[in-house]
Design a binder for this molecule. Structure first.
Ligand SMILES: NC(=O)C1=CN([C@@H]2O[C@H](COP(=O)(O)OP(=O)(O)OC[C@H]3O[C@@H](n4cnc5c(N)ncnc54)[C@H](OP(=O)(O)O)[C@@H]3O)[C@@H](O)[C@H]2O)C=CC1
Ligand SMILES: O=C(O)C1=N[C@H](C(=O)O)C[C@H](O)C1
Length: 259
């Protein structure tokens, strides 16, 4: 049986890539799509793969009444994503959430509701494997080079700053430093750049006297996020509560996402 997937933000820059990938995946079926201004348009047509017979709808409740959905993938904006998430959890539908700008306390509420209802969610500020490796490498360096700053650079239409990836990287570095040094480590400064020509890029720059070490990741295409999203869609049904993509990804043999 294919996994029945609905995509929220289906007309968006990432949503269009996810729609195309789900339609083309042999074990997945696109059963619904959500959007606002794009409501009424065919999701496949917007994704550049021709009509697929799935029209974009405005209302998550109506979509769930009409279609049988196993997993909702969300790339919208924070308030919309939370509304979609709580509605889906109450209907027993699993979640893959890439939308950023959701606060830690909102995530805790989501986790509690997921556990109450026996629903799984994968929530990640970045679904690109290179970005997850950048974060992991930064946590290895942090105990040895405690001073660092983050520069995140994105396209000029990005709504949130700092990026979700930068906030997560800073939190992981602080945790790694806290474990190494004890006590509360200084916060990691984050610098945000928004310019035409950029997609999604981040540098973590560590400095010690006489040397620097820079870890850099570049998403040059939004296709970079797709393999992580598809992996999460395949695995989320077996989870309960909110989980990070790292928990799933680093269990895979290296190469599982190289396609
Ligand atoms: N975790 C990750 O790996 C990544 C996360 N992101 C995050 O994903 C989100 C989307 O990014 P991106 O695709 O670039 O943004 P876009 O602005 O290109 O797309 C946003 C989409 O959300 C839809 N939308 C907005 N508000 C609502 C609403 N209230 N109800 C339903 N749909 C809504 C829009 O629909 P319409 O146009 O029809 O109004 C649009 O399709 C951002 O939070 C971004 O930070 C981005 C890249 C990677
Ligand atoms: O809005 C984007 O484009 C991106 N958002 C995510 C973030 O906020 O970290 C992931 C990636 O950086 C692209």
């Amino acid at each position: 049986m294919p996994v029945k997937v609905a995509v929220a933000g289906a007309s968006g820059k990432v949503g269009r890539e996810v729609v195309a990938a789900v339609v083309q995946h042999p074990d997945m079926q696109l059963v619904g799509a959500l959007g606002r201004r794009s409501a009424g348009r065919d999701a496949g047509e917007l994704a550049g793969i021709g009509q697929v017979g799935v029209l974009i709808e405005r209302d998550v409740r109506r979509l769930l009444e009409r279609a049988s959905v196993d997993v909702l993938v969300d790339f919208t904006e924070a308030q919309a994503a939370l509304e979609h998430a709580f509605t889906c959890i109450d209907a027993g539908i699993h979640l893959v959430v890439g939308t950023t700008g959701i606060s830690r306390s909102e995530l805790e509420d989501l986790d509690a509701r997921c556990r109450q209802r026996g629903v799984g969610a994968v929530v990640s500020p970045n679904f690109a494997i290179g970005a997850l490796l950048m974060m992991r490498l930064a946590t290895l360096v942090a105990p040895y080079m405690p001073r660092c700053e983050i520069v995140e650079m994105h396209h000029e239409t990005k709504l949130d700053a700092p990026s979700g990836t930068a906030l997560r990287t800073a939190a992981l570095i602080a945790e790694a430093r806290g474990r190494a040094e004890g006590g509360a480590p200084d916060p990691v400064p984050i610098h945000s750049v928004r310019l035409p020509g950029l997609v999604a890029h981040q540098e973590v720059i560590f400095g010690l006297e006489g040397q620097t070490l820079t870890i850099r990741h570049d998403s040059t295409s939004r296709r970079s996020f797709v393999p992580g999203v598809l992996l999460a869609v395949q695995r989320v049904g077996a989870l309960r509560g909110v989980h990070s993509l790292e928990e799933i990804l680093f269990e895979q043999p290296p190469g599982a996402l190289r396609h």
